[in-house]
Write a protein that binds this ligand. Sequence first.
Ligand SMILES: Nc1ncnc2c1ncn2[C@@H]1O[C@H](COP(=O)(O)OP(=O)(O)O)[C@@H](O)[C@H]1O
Ligand SMILES: [Mg+2]
Length: 274
Amino acid sequence: MGSEVLLEVKDLSVGFGGQGVVHHAVRGISFEIRAGETLGLVGESGSGKSATSLALLRLLPEGARVGGTIRFDGEDLLALPEEAMRRRRGREIAMIFQEPMTALNPVMRVGTQIAEAVEAHHPEMGRKAVWARVLEAMEEVGLPEVERRAKDYPHQFSGGQRQRILIAMAIVNRPRLLIADEPTTALDVTVQAQILELLRELRREHGLAMLFISHDLAVVSQVADRVAVMQRGEIVEQAEAGTLFREPQHAYTRRLLASAPTMTTNRELPLATI
Ligand SMILES: Nc1ncnc2c1ncn2[C@@H]1O[C@H](COP(=O)(O)OP(=O)(O)O)[C@@H](O)[C@H]1O
Ligand SMILES: [Mg+2]
């Protein structure tokens, strides 16, 4: 695993609203992700996880106030012109979100949607090369009969397969950082486990760094090297995954541990996977 710092977030804050009342969703958080490393970001609903991920991609709604610094590969993302940011988004930094159905266009063949992701960053590539890249990405995420299925529409796939399609779209340009915001929350437990295994595999094969976000500490424990615990906009604890589970320092972390559903049924799970 590489040891160079890929993403360096310092004192990041996000505020919503204006004219007097500003809601501080993120309150000065700092963390790093090294090349090839997975950082888990965990916290209950409303703690500021999604606001953080959107800030990293500069996808927050207009009017949101962002403070602090975000360095990706040494470059200050918050200072980049929008056009330069667009070139990095989806190519260097890719993302997958919770709801595979809303992220896919229902009336466009899935292969075409993945092809658009390639073409957005590689206008120089010919149609054949793009299509070959599409099929390769679909194979890589474990979709069956890719040549035939590439021509199907999103509703012809199961929930888990749709999430695989989104992952294919995210990795097709070989990003260095993948931001996964609750990527398995909408899936049932069996499918969730398969998607987590896929993410681990992609990481092994491509040295992909990941920010893995979930409200479920048990899920995070299955993929993260390190875990940052977020509560009301702040990171209250940050540690190696194994350490965090063995010796949680913060009361909030202990509460999350106790309430993680999959963990109470199998306490050995997080340690066994590390
Ligand atoms: N676009 C927005 N406008 C106003 N408030 C928002 C907006 N997005 C999120 N918030 C608020 O910011 C806080 C953090 O939200 P979010 O980052 O979505 O939490 P999480 O992803 O951890 O569940 C919440 O209180 C939420 O209501
Ligand atoms: Mg969220």
